[in-house]
Design a protein around this ligand. Structure first.
Ligand code: ADP
Ligand code: MG
Length: 241
């Protein structure tokens, strides 16, 4: 498998606190990596570093074929899509306007941008909501819009930071289903989630992250049934109960 992203010696400090303690990670093309771990362990910080939202204190993050330095940060933001826990749609703009604001669509003529946006909304069954305001949509619907808005950038890698944690239980599955489809189509994805069913079913690899480091990384069947580390076992006992 070709490597899409290489992370070496990544560290991140906020003041005196080292939140990421030296992470090495290779992400392969088409791979789905699920990151699990306790609250406050640095998962969001890790993900934010991976798309250049948060500058690293030390280490390197490189997409294959990209230069390093400032240019590489710009490319991360350009080529890595991100979906957050709170759907982050602009509340005062229609769904269609939220879509056409995506930088890659902003470069098109208005007609072309809207046509492309409608195609993407169609894909998640929400074309009929194009003129609605975000507040008129359920959380799950808003999150589906946030996903296709990120896809409008034609990213090489998609990052998800607890995309279903803020949702009503009944809309969680519709979002997981969209993510599953993306995975099936071959999108490379890194997903921070507490949805262990999704991890088991969709992940190629599950990373247990704790205290700012990768404690253990293995295919889901192995990590969930026979973790090597005691700390992983404790965490799984706690969340799978
Ligand atoms: P997780 O996503 O696993 O819950 P986070 O990456 O959000 O963990 O946070 C890890 C630690 O870093 C926490 O102790 C948090 O308080 C701290 N932290 C996160 N962002 C900042 C920031 N911008 N400034 C200072 N501390 C931060
Ligand atoms: Mg988090």
């Amino acid at each position: 498998m070709n490597t899409l992203m290489t992370v070496r010696g990544l560290r991140k400090r906020f003041g005196d606190t080292e939140v990421i303690q030296s992470v090495d990670l290779d992400i392969h093309e088409g791979e789905v990596v699920v990151v699990i771990g306790p609250s406050g362990s640095g998962k969001s910080t890790l993900i934010r570093c991976l798309n250049g939202l948060e500058p690293a204190t030390a280490g390197e993050i490189a997409l294959t074929g990209a230069a390093s330095g400032a240019e590489s940060m710009a490319r991360l933001r350009d080529e890595v899509g991100m979906v957050f826990q709170d759907y982050t749609l602009f509340p005062h703009l229609s769904i269609l306007r939220n879509m056409t604001l995506a930088p890659k669509l902003r470069g098109l003529s208005r007609d072309d941008a809207e046509a492309r946006a409608m195609q993407l909304l169609e894909r998640v069954g929400l074309a009929h909501k194009a003129q609605a305001m975000p507040a008129e949509l359920s959380g799950g619907q808003q999150q589906r819009v946030a996903i296709v808005r990120a896809l409008a950038m034609q990213p090489r890698l998609m990052l998800f930071d607890e995309p279903t944690s803020a949702l009503d239980p009944e809309t969680v599955n519709e979002v997981l289903l969209v993510m599953k489809e993306l995975a099936t189509e071959g999108m490379t994805m890194v997903v921070v989630t507490h949805e262990m069913g999704f991890a088991r079913e969709v992940a190629d690899r599950v990373i247990f992250f704790d205290g700012g480091r990768i404690v253990e990384s293995a295919p889901p069947a192995q990590l969930f049934s026979a973790p090597c580390e005691e700390r992983t076992r404790q965490f799984l006992n706690h969340v799978l109960k």
